[in-house]
Design a protein around this ligand. Structure first.
Ligand SMILES: [Zn+2]
Length: 162
């Protein structure tokens, strides 16, 4: 399969309608990475595949565009959100001719999922599913510093009145 070449400008043009920030990870990377906030402390990370050296998509190594929805406890720190949904896994977009459209669709999808992630109203910590002798509940990731909990509301079938 042949891949289209993507320049940094073309990539950033697709990101223009989102509030994407250039994010330079603390670890050594050779590609541009962008960060879009879905809600406080929940971010969509976009790994562009565009080389920070040449300004064009790389031809070696991980050459697809990847996206991940991550919890950001502190600036520059990221963790997968697997406690509520299996959404920490990166999604790939191959550099096919309509990559820009696919990228936009994926970003929107992840922002919607990110907004739905349950976070703590006190400190925006992500809520994790925990278990007690009374059953499952959501508890703040910052326990024991934060003791916020929330009941898990089970979806009930709609009752029809006759
Ligand atoms: Zn909390």
């Amino acid at each position: 399969m042949s891949y289209v070449e993507i320049s940094k400008d073309a990539f950033e043009a697709v990101l223009k309608e989102f509030d994407a920030k250039d994010f330079t990870p603390p670890y050594g990377t050779t590609e541009y990475v962008y960060r879009i906030e879905a809600k406080p402390k929940v971010v969509v990370m976009v790994y562009s595949s565009v080389s920070t050296v040449s300004g064009y998509s790389r031809n070696s190594g991980e050459d697809a565009i990847r996206l991940a929805l991550l919890y950001e406890p502190e600036k520059g720190e990221h963790e997968a959100i697997t406690s509520q949904f299996p959404i920490g896994k990166a999604k790939r977009i191959n550099r096919v001719p309509d990559w820009g459209l696919r990228l936009k669709e994926r970003i929107i999808e992840l922002i919607v999922q990110g907004k739905a992630v349950e976070t703590c109203p006190r400190d925006s910590g992500v809520l994790k599913i925990r278990e007690s002798k009374y059953g499952k509940f959501l508890g703040c990731v910052n326990y024991p510093d934060c003791r916020y909990t929330k009941n898990i509301v089970e979806a009930k079938p709609i009752e029809h009145k006759s």
